[in-house]
Design a protein around this ligand. Structure first.
Ligand SMILES: *Cc1c(COP(=O)(O)O)cnc(C)c1O
Ligand SMILES: [Zn+2]
Length: 417
């Protein structure tokens, strides 16, 4: 992989060749997350906005020279990436803004953003000759790994909290994964999965540990900028749990800036749930995220419930280097954001997806964005992932179906006609 200079420890800055270490900086144990550092001169010879314009492949693999995989690496057949970026004038007007787009990653093969990372995990696991791949997850990373593994017949073992929404567990069972429903939190499932991967020699996809996951997630920024004709937005809103997505969003923009394909770094606003606000709190108080103790996380947005965000170093870098911010939103604000986003855009988001939009509403209130800003909101997961929360959100708006016998007369009465 001559387009990779080295992997660099986010803590000590020590560098390693990709074949020298498997996941983390040996000097820092599980916390020593590595950053992939590229040789942009090599990449620029292989890829350009012009060559991309002629490439009809809509998936993340159109950016293969910017990804940590061999040029001839075989990739899984599911169409990961190429999700729509919708301009949403009614939503913008509602908030008194000029331009808002929604990037709908509910439209991925397993219905969440996590497919971007798991696709890379599958390629790297094959490269490593792994017999079994494993991950812990609040549900979506699991479903993503499970579906992508099924697409190439790759055995896998998944650890999720027993409290994960039914739809996500149904995906795992349907795709044929070996499923460990852990009586405990996501953080418990994570620790157990790490131990098991170590004990059994499985390929470890875990977020904030495997250095390549943020590399898959960065493809969202490539797509957003390409969809906007390389005129990067001013602000990007994304929900944050472990911090891998926001780290990836930043990394993709950083790559494009180094290549000179965009001319500024958008501000990245990380949105956390009030009940799972480790990073937002650390940001506000200027705390060291390496020594800050875990919090007790509780939120309706299960996908961003993380007591100890595993990719916290990359998350903090994203906000710091992009001159962005963190905002927090309460569970009620998250739930009411679901039908509001749906009714103004036609995009149905799960709670953690709608959280990004709830964050935009909050940022408008707090004066963090101006009316002229060009703003992108990332929906990270489909509303079908968590129907119970969607029903609750609909109830909160007072929306109710008419329960009727099958007669036109009653329809007429119900409509008051
Ligand atoms: C995983 C996930 C997030 C948060 O991503 P992190 O990398 O954990 O910060 C947000 N929304 C959805 C739907 C997710 O599945
Ligand atoms: Zn180190």
């Amino acid at each position: 992989m001559d387009h990779i200079k080295y992997l660099k420890c986010m803590i000590c800055g020590k560098t390693y060749q990709p074949d020298e270490v498997k996941y983390v900086c040996p000097d820092h144990g599980n916390e020593g997350i590595l950053d992939v550092v590229y040789d942009y001169e090599v990449i620029a010879r292989r890829l350009s906005p012009a060559s991309l314009a002629e490439n009809s492949d809509p998936t993340i693999w159109r950016y293969k020279p910017l990804l940590p995989v061999e040029p001839n690496a075989e990739v899984p057949p599911l169409t990961v990436g190429g999700t729509p970026l919708y301009e949403t004038p009614r939503l913008a007007e509602h908030l008194g803004l000029k331009s808002v787009w929604v990037k709908d990653d509910g439209r991925q093969p397993t219905a969440s953003f996590k497919d971007r990372a798991s696709a890379i995990a599958i390629v790297k696991a094959r490269e490593a000759g792994a017999e079994i791949v494993t991950t812990a997850s609040t549900g979506n990373a699991a479903a993503a790994l499970s579906g992508l593994a099924a697409s190439i017949d790759q055995p896998n073992v998944i650890f999720v909290p027993a409290s994960a929404p039914q739809a996500k567990i149904a995906q795992l069972l349907t795709f044929g994964s070996t499923v460990m429903l852990v009586d405990g939190t996501y953080d418990d499932a994570f620790e157990l999965c790490m131990e098991a991967a170590d004990a059994f020699g499985w390929y470890n996809r875990n977020t904030g540990y495997n250095p390549y996951m943020s590399e898959g997630k960065k493809t969202v920024s490539f797509e957003i900028c390409e969809q906007l004709d390389w005129d990067a937005p001013d602000v990007i809103f994304v929900s944050v749990g472990d911090g891998c997505i926001i780290g990836g969003v930043y990394k993709g923009l950083y790559d494009l800036l180094q290549l000179g394909w965009i001319d500024h770094m958008p501000r990245i606003i990380g949105v956390q749930a009030e009940g799972s606000n480790f990073l937002a709190e650390a940001w506000e108080k200027g705390e060291d995220v390496l020594t800050k103790p875990p919090i007790d996380a509780h939120t309706v947005a299960d996908s961003i419930s993380a007591g100890l965000p595993r990719d916290r170093l990359k998350a903090m870098r994203a906000v710091r280097e992009s001159k962005g911010a963190f905002v927090t939103v309460g569970d009620d604000e998250i739930l009411t954001a679901i039908p509001e986003l749906a009714q103004k855009t036609g995009v149905f988001a799960e709670p953690a997806g709608a959280t990004a939009y709830a964050g935009l509403r909050k940022a408008v209130e707090q004066g963090l964005v101006s009316a002229e800003d060009r703003i992108v909101v990332i929906n990270t997961g489909s509303g079908l992932k968590d129907v119970a929360s969607a029903m609750k959100a609909a109830e909160m708006t007072g929306a109710k179906p008419y329960r009727i016998p099958p007669t036109l007369k009653v329809v007429r009465e119900a409509l008051g006609a």
